[in-house]
Design a protein around this ligand. Sequence first.
Ligand code: MG
Length: 220
Amino acid sequence: MDEFRISDKGPVFLPGKLIGIGRNYAKHAKELGNALPEQPMVFLKPASSLIGTGQDIVLPKMSQDIHHEVELVVLIGTRAKNISTQHALDYVAGYAVGLDMTARDLQNEAKAKGFPWSVAKGFDTFAPLGPFVASSKVADPQDLQIELKINGEIRQSGSTSDMIFPVTELISWCSQIFTLMPGDLIYTGTPEGVSQVHVGDRLEASINGFPTLHVGVRSE
Ligand code: MG
């Protein structure tokens, strides 16, 4: 597991891909006025957006409305292609709590124009990631409490049991598109309660039984 750990100085490895899943919790889809997806909604974030605990999210000047999305993150451990849901968890090395930071204004603009989300999702520091927990220590990835606090106040609180597409289906689906490689990450979607972050905020993302992810927020 060591080679997959994120150090205080940033990631000690660069995964080939960070897969994001949109609208995977019904109440979050609703809060943004989106219809529920009939199949997993997949996007990509660049590996250059990763930061580890203790680092800062840097707010890019290009956006005036950057949101937190706290998420369960799946670490792929074994090459996976066309995997059934039944065997999907065999390919998971570990889990972590992460944040899929999103420039909501740029995302809304992209949605209106039919443009991709790469800019809204892909800035440097937009993928904070906590330390990993080995998959053997997680009995059921669909039975985890997930929470985000800003400056000590709870903003997001949910359960992975509310995912529309569970981890097994996400791995199966994604493995039909991409070959999943060791080190690849899947950000599995966020529960409701997303909101804007501001310079000076202290974010604390947690999943029960996992090490907590702490990040600050500063300007560019
Ligand atoms: Mg998200």
